[in-house]
Design a binder for this molecule. Structure first.
Ligand code: SF4
Length: 182
């Protein structure tokens, strides 16, 4: 189950599936509502919750929600642009129980920064990957561009000592829960 815990994001990707900006969005679930959602997911037998966004680490209670999901018996995974992960945050992610951190990249250096609309985003994302590595968190780069562009993406091998990168195209149509039928 992918849960976009917030629409807010600090980057400015032209291809953003959520048209995210760095501002608050009305109508997002409160902490209590999020906990009730997680309880429902657990009762449905959902094995894994992928915390996504926007940038999920901009949601102040994301660690609390992840820990709650773990208490309910679900595996927790983080999908992030990586720019907000330093050593302290990586430690917090581990203590919250995240079993995997996926960092989105669109290419090397200026290619990534141009597509992400933010100078320095590539180095910040690599810093996040390194911090996750140093904290012992399984992690992977998740290139989000076209397959031809992905071939140009060569992340330093040393970053993948504990887990290999998974290179695959991704496309997720943005949908609100109220638009889904069951
Ligand atoms: S990092 Fe993700 S959520 Fe943020 S602007 Fe880029 S595509 Fe959108």
């Amino acid at each position: 189950m992918v849960w976009s815990v917030t629409r807010r994001c600090n980057l400015h990707c032209g291809h953003c599936y959520a048209d995210s900006h760095d501002r608050e969005y009305p109508g997002e679930l409160s902490t209590g509502e999020g906990e009730r959602l997680l309880a429902d997911l657990a009762s449905f037998g959902v094995p894994t919750v992928l915390f996504s966004g926007g940038e999920p680490l901009l949601r102040p209670d994301v660690l609390e929600l992840a820990a709650r999901a773990g208490e309910l018996g679900m595996r927790t995974v983080l999908s992030t642009n990586g720019t907000r992960i330093d050593a302290a945050k990586a430690g917090e992610l581990g203590r919250a129980g995240f079993s995997y951190v996926g960092v989105s990249l669109d290419g090397l250096d200026s290619t990534n920064d141009k597509l992400r609309g933010s100078r320095g985003a590539f180095e910040a994302a690599l810093g996040g990957i390194r911090a996750a590595r140093d904290a012992g968190l399984p992690r992977a780069a998740r290139p989000r561009g076209a397959r031809r562009a992905l071939r140009a993406l060569r992340v330093p091998r040393g970053l993948w000592r504990q887990s290999r990168p998974r290179l695959r195209d991704q496309w997720r149509p943005p949908r609100r829960g109220s638009e889904l039928s069951v």
